[in-house]
Design a protein around this ligand. Structure first.
Ligand SMILES: Cc1cc2nc3c(=O)[nH]c(=O)nc-3n(C[C@H](O)[C@H](O)[C@H](O)COP(=O)(O)OP(=O)(O)OC[C@H]3O[C@@H](n4cnc5c(N)ncnc54)[C@H](O)[C@@H]3O)c2cc1C
Length: 522
């Protein structure tokens, strides 16, 4: 069903004719999509098979309410975009009204004393961090990259990143929320609902945070968030990122090791790395942390990419697991104490400080990945061709992650040089949180040629070969955060999809919010 003329003119009346379009040249921009070529029933190109009905750019909460009211009246589906980095920003149906929220781009408040900020959807992590660093604070940036939206991340999707170790998964970062429900009604959640400011996302009474976001977020499947409060945390470093130069030739512009100190540590095996991670978590000393496979380091740090074998006679790189982390404090004495604890943990677990940090630029690149993450853009995604993670996302204890990792690496070894970078089958990235008792795992060393159907097919075959045995062994669940996958995963996990359907039916009985990455009603 195309958008009826009457509905279009009502939408136009809400935002003004210059802020809505159904022109294919405008609308198809929203179908040009990061992973479209991998869809099994897709077009084989970068375009999604579904075509949006209209793109609309509201400038306020009231305009969002107006749009959703029209969608309800005419039974149209809608899909919110913040910065739309992908892949969950794809619309799942034809004729969806895409709400591009780029005009809502203000940092509305930074409350340094109470350590929170209030943002609109199109503010990026980089903007928020640049402003808060001036006040000795930072948000908990997600690993996806500083170019994406904190609001989308904390309210609607995922939340893992290098700061998780000291600041928690980003389900913990969301405070008060201004939320336009799918029927157009406004809900102010938490303290802001009682006109008490944005400092808390819960109450009074039962909290709706679990309904709104749960562990992974509803990915635009339940209305549109127009403002939210976000936690800020202590940043002991300088008021600007202490880095100068142009990528990939970046260098520290000043020594900050009396406040924030970077460590790159290697271990002989994953068991001793896990033991160290647990002890570091228990000692509560880490500020930022990623557990990386050696392959990740080579694939993501340009200064180390010469270690990737190019010819058969080249030496295979090390597979020693790696820990990249910082210690941080406003007190040099405390920092020294933290370092002493870390060195004792490394002594007990056989960890050693990596010589890679002596190569010019490696320290700066890794520090930047931890502090203003953008490696997905600047490094992994630098492959001119296609790229995507190879392991369905997995959350677990360090040991359960390792079991999954090892099985996945066994399979990926067979694909090295085809759809996995040579020597990089262990290219995993693992943020840790909840005092390092829990971690998140994905694998990044895969690539394919977007223009070559065999290469694309190889890639999807490889993904099935890696993941299917792990699903069959109940070690991982089918990837979540899509309607179909949630139904499959739910059947294996206490039928969570049935509860999602109940929530969807209560909040969105007309299915106005595109549930393609959440749940759709039967
Ligand atoms: C290659 C890649 C790597 C990633 N790695 C990480 C990672 O390390 N850590 C992590 O946390 N996440 C990761 N993600 C997911 C990531 O969280 C989101 O893509 C991103 O944070 C969201 O920001 P965005 O501005 O791009 O959101 P968008 O892509 O615009 O939206 C993301 C989802 O939220 C919904 N949404 C957006 N804005 C609103 C709103 N205002 N109201 C209601 N719903 C909304 C959208 O409909 C969509 O489903 C990764 C994604 C990709 C593609």
């Amino acid at each position: 069903m195309a958008i009826p003329i009457k509905a279009y003119s009502m939408l136009e009346a809400v935002v003004g004719p210059e802020n809505i379009s159904e022109d294919p040249t405008m609308v198809d921009v929203y179908s040009f999509h990061f992973l479209a070529e991998l869809q099994r029933k897709g077009t084989g190109t970068k375009f999604l098979p579904q075509r949006a009905g209209a793109a609309i750019l509201p400038a306020s909460m009231e305009e969002v309410q107006g749009i959703l009211s029209v969608c309800n009246r005419f039974g149209l589906k809608s899909k919110a975009h913040s910065t739309a980095f992908g892949s969950w920003n794809a619309h799942s149906w034809d004729d969806v009204v895409v709400l591009d929220l780029r005009r809502m781009n203000r940092i509305l408040e930074i409350d340094a004393k109470n350590m929170h900020a209030v943002v609109e959807p199109y503010v990026t992590w980089a903007q928020l961090q640049a402003e808060t660093m001036k006040l000795g604070l930072t948000p908990s940036l997600a690993g996806v990259g500083c170019q994406t939206s904190p609001l989308a991340n904390v309210t609607s999707g995922l939340g893992m990143g290098p700061f998780n170790i000291s600041m928690g998964f980003n389900e913990r970062s969301v405070l008060g929320v201004e939320w336009v429900l799918p029927d157009g009604e406004l809900l102010r959640m938490g303290s802001v609902g009682s006109s008490a400011g944005w400092f808390c996302g819960d109450g009074p009474g039962p909290s709706l945070r679990g309904i709104m976001r749960g562990e992974y977020g509803n990915m635009g499947g339940l209305g549109v968030v127009t403002k939210c409060g976000i936690k800020l945390f202590d940043w002991p470093g300088p008021d600007r990122l202490p880095i100068e130069g142009t990528f990939p030739d970046l260098r520290f512009s000043k020594d900050i090791t009396d406040k924030v100190k970077l460590f790159l540590i290697t271990f002989k095996n994953r068991e001793s790395r896990n033991k160290a991670v647990r002890l570091i978590g228990e000692a509560e000393i880490a500020y930022q942390m990623y557990a990386w496979g050696h392959g990740f380091l080579l694939a993501a740090v340009p200064e180390l990419s010469h270690l990737i074998p190019r010819k058969p006679e080249d030496k295979m790189p090390s597979t020693d697991p790696v820990l990249a982390m910082t210690l941080a404090s406003n007190s040099p004495a405390e920092l020294k104490y933290q370092e002493k604890v870390l060195m004792e943990i490394l002594r007990r677990t056989g960890g050693s400080l990596s010589d890679y940090l002596k190569i010019p630029g490696v320290d700066t690149t890794i520090f930047r990945y931890l502090t203003r993450p953008d490696y997905l853009f600047t490094c992994l995604a630098r492959f001119a061709s296609g790229w995507w993670i190879t392991l369905f996302d997995f959350v677990g204890s360090p040991d359960s992650i390792t079991e999954v990792q090892e099985r996945a690496i066994d399979t990926m070894n067979r694909w090295e040089g085809k759809n996995i970078l040579p020597g990089c089958a262990d290219s995993y990235c693992q943020p840790m949180y909840e005092a390092a008792h829990v971690g998140y795992l994905d694998h990044s060393g895969g690539y394919y040629d977007v223009t070559d159907p065999d290469s694309r097919r190889g890639y999807t075959d490889m993904i099935m070969e890696i993941n299917r045995p792990l699903v069959d062994a109940n070690l991982i669940h089918p990837t979540i955060a899509s309607n179909k996958a949630n139904q499959r995963a739910g059947a294996l996990m206490c039928n969570f999809h049935e509860w999602q359907k109940k929530i969807k039916a209560a909040f969105d009985p007309r299915s106005v919010s595109d549930g393609g990455y959440y749940i759709e009603l039967d």
